[in-house]
Design a protein around this ligand. Structure first.
Ligand SMILES: Cc1cc2nc3c(=O)[nH]c(=O)nc-3n(C[C@H](O)[C@H](O)[C@H](O)COP(=O)(O)OP(=O)(O)OC[C@H]3O[C@@H](n4cnc5c(N)ncnc54)[C@H](O)[C@@H]3O)c2cc1C
Length: 453
């Protein structure tokens, strides 16, 4: 007999990120018994709080766009405020080591025209993508034949335009333009609404932050649920038979009718399935390689860049820091720059070297005062000890056509959720919630009615 703790529920949810918690809320409200199993020692998944200068900051997801109604609704129910992303003043651009303020003419002329030309082509391509079934696109062979980088070369994008879109690629897929397929990029743009929405602060995806951090919101959400949450419980094995399934972690064995797996597609393959999943599901896990992205937070006595008329926003082709934002607390008790760092020029170095690289680039962008730091913290999602990678999969050429249809198609008693399986706002916290609700609805239909709580 196994010495594991035996538990049972109607549904087991794997993953205590937003998708898992949203699915659990929906199912428990309908009267079902739910257990959530989470491999990490915390809830939140790709949402995580770290500390810099005694201030909590978002190492993972940060922003909520105006159209992210599921997150907005959740925040409002949990009594958590959204605060506007600081966006006053000029941003800074730095390509090939040449720093300039946003509205200086060198950028405004040639590059702006080329950027608009490429952006328009992308938007036009995105318009025609059937987001729920991109493999049905009439030109799927062409769109899946090349990476985003190859397409940029085909349309003769200027070097700086390519560098600009590389920043977009790094921040969304944690990988350069050479690693993601053209179809993946345009589908993602359609899921977000438009390229403009993806890039904008006011009226766009970077409009608001969650007061007290996104993980603060998720902790409240988790505490409000009428479901058991097991932490430090990595699911190793799922055994299905005619009557139900058994989910095994190193310490627990949980019997249930159905499972909802919210792990990102690449992490699904770390679970052993008996009977095995159909072959295509392993192909999917291989092809949905999780990108890598890191964030550094540099604290100062005050947000000094504001005195120079700067917003703290910057875009660079620097090999370490490619994007910055001002995430200082609203009371300006300290100044904090959040720097998105390219894993390739960051993750392999020790903390001293990572900090040196980040601060040097901030000095380049904001002047010598950027050297006078009061604190520093960083987090590398690609180096995380469990379910490493982030923020989204770097889906390469051919992957959507071969495996896309298996993202959310249930296998027996196993259903799939997670932001990657959403059609609307896929790749965001909002998409995660929507995917959890969709999977809960699928399972509810199969379980049949019980008395709602
Ligand atoms: C650096 C970064 C910045 C981001 N910025 C934003 C942003 O500004 N705005 C925005 O909306 N989104 C942003 N995102 C994306 C957002 O965080 C995700 O889309 C969302 O949180 C995904 O939620 P999820 O529940 O689908 O997946 P996850 O949060 O990944 O949850 C899945 C859970 O499953 C667990 N798990 C995996 N395998 C197992 C197993 N075998 N057993 C048990 N548990 C397992 C994982 O530990 C994880 O907790 C960002 C992400 C990152 C990394």
């Amino acid at each position: 007999m196994s010495d594991k703790l035996n538990l049972s529920s109607d549904v087991v949810i794997i993953g205590a990120g937003l998708a898992g918690l949203a699915a659990a809320e929906q199912l428990t409200r309908s009267g079902y018994d739910v257990i959530i199993v989470e491999g990490r020692d915390r809830v939140g998944g790709r949402v995580k709080t770290i500390n810099v200068a005694d201030t909590e900051v978002d190492a993972g997801a940060t922003w909520v766009g105006p159209h992210h109604t599921a997150v907005r609704g959740l925040a409002s129910r949990m009594g958590v405020r959204l605060i506007p992303q600081y966006h006053s003043g000029k941003s800074v651009l730095s390509f090939d080591g040449k720093r300039q303020d946003e509205n200086e003419s060198a950028f405004a002329s040639g590059l702006a025209n080329d950027l608009s030309r490429i952006a328009l082509s992308l938007e036009t391509l995105a318009d025609a993508v059937p987001v729920a079934a991109p493999w049905e696109h009439p030109n799927v062979d062409y769109l899946e034949s090349m990476s985003f980088g190859e397409w940029l070369a085909t349309v003769k994008a200027a070097e700086e335009t390519r560098a600009f879109f590389n920043v977009l690629s790094l921040v969304h897929w944690g990988a350069p333009v050479t690693d993601v397929s053209l179809l993946n990029v345009i589908r993602y743009i359609k899921c977000f609404g438009s390229l403009e929405v993806m890039l904008k602060v006011e009226g766009g995806d970077q409009q608001d932050r969650i007061e007290g951090t996104a993980q603060g919101l998720i902790k409240r959400f988790a505490n409000s649920l009428d479901a058991r949450i097991l932490l430090n419980a990595p699911v190793e094995h799922i055994i299905t038979n005619d009557n139900g399934l058994t989910v095994q972690t190193p310490r627990e064995e949980i019997n249930a009718q159905f499972a909802i797996i919210t792990a990102s597609p690449a992490h699904r393959s770390f679970i052993n399935f008996t009977p095995p999943l159909p072959e295509q599901y392993y192909g999917l896990a291989r092809a949905w390689r999780q990108g890598a992205l890191s964030k550094a937070f540099v604290a100062y006595e005050k947000p000094f860049w504001r005195e120079d008329g700067l917003s703290g926003e910057s875009v660079s082709d620097n090999e370490t820091v490619f994007l910055t934002f001002d995430v200082s607390p609203q009371d300006k008790s300290t100044g904090i720059i959040m720097a998105f760092c390219d894993a390739r020029g960051f993750d392999g170095f020790n903390q001293e070297e990572r900090q040196r690289r980040v601060v040097e680039q901030l000095v380049h962008l904001y002047g010598e005062r950027a050297r006078e730091i009061t604190d520093y913290a960083d987090f590398s999602w690609g180096n995380d000890t469990f379910a490493a990678g982030g923020p989204n999969p770097a889906v390469g050429p051919g992957a959507w056509r071969s495996f896309g249809r298996y993202l959310s198609e249930p296998v027996g008693r196993v259903h799939w959720a997670g932001t990657e399986t959403a059609h609307d706002t896929s790749g965001t916290m909002n998409g995660a919630i929507l995917s959890g609700l969709r999977a809960a609805e699928e399972v509810t239909k199969r379980l049949g009615p019980v008395n709602p709580r």
